[in-house]
Write a protein that binds this ligand. Sequence first.
Ligand SMILES: [Zn+2]
Length: 249
Amino acid sequence: MATKWLPKSIKEFILKKVLKGNYVFCSCCKTNLVTFFPYGTVARSNAYCPICSSLERHRLTWIFLDNEKLLSKNEKINVLHVAPEPALFRNLIDLSQKNKIVYTPCDKFEEGYVYPKMTKNYDLTDLPEKDNTFDLVLCSHVLEHIPDDNKALEEIYRVLKPHGKALLLVPLDQKLEKTYEDWTLSSPEERLKAFGQTDHVRMYGTDFDDKIKNIGFEVVQFSSKNFTSDEQFKYGLLEEDILFCATKI
Ligand SMILES: [Zn+2]
C-alpha cells in the first residue's frame, strides 16, 4: 500500500493563507478553511484537505483519538501504524519527536513504491514483534487487501497489550449483511467489478463487527452518525465511514 509523505512547505503556507475560512475544520492539521477539495475517481465533494492531505476517514480517526485522549496519556505509549497515511503519519512523527509516543510505522513493501522514512517492512499476518507490545494499533483500509484477514486480526490482537486498542477501518457496504468473498475471482478486472478495486479481495458487510469480536476483541463503533449534519459538513466526514475501536480484553 503506497504512501507518499508531503513535508510542510511554502506551498502549504500559501494555501493556508489563500484558503483561510471558517466553513470547515481539519481535525488532523487543526486548520480552519473555506472548503475541503473534491477527491476520488467519482469525485466526492468536501473530501480532501489541501494542507495535510487528510481524507474523511483520517479526520474521523483523529477526532476519535482526540476525544478519547488516546495520544495524550501521562505515560509514553507505543503505537503501531499499518500502511501509514500521510496526514496521520506527520502528526504521529511530530508526537514521536516530542517524545510523547514510541512510533512504529510499517507496511508490506512492494516494488516501485516509496515509503516514508522509518517505515518497517512488516507482513501483517506475521508481525516480527513480541506479544503485548503496543498500546495502540492504527490499521485503516488494509484488511481488504489481505486474503487471510483473520490471521492479520489475530496478529494485531497478539501484539497489543491487554486493554490496548486497535482502530480498524475497512471499505464496508452497509447494505451487505455478510462479507462478500469469491476466490474464483482473481483477475484485476474481476476484482474491480466485484470489490471496487483491482487489489481488493473482498467487500466487507455489517458482519465485520462480529469478525473482530470473534478474535476476542471488545468492539465500539464510531462514525459520522455521532455527529449532526452540520458537524459532518464542518469536519468533512463521510456517511459510510465507520471506525471500529477494538479493545484487547
Ligand atoms: Zn488538514
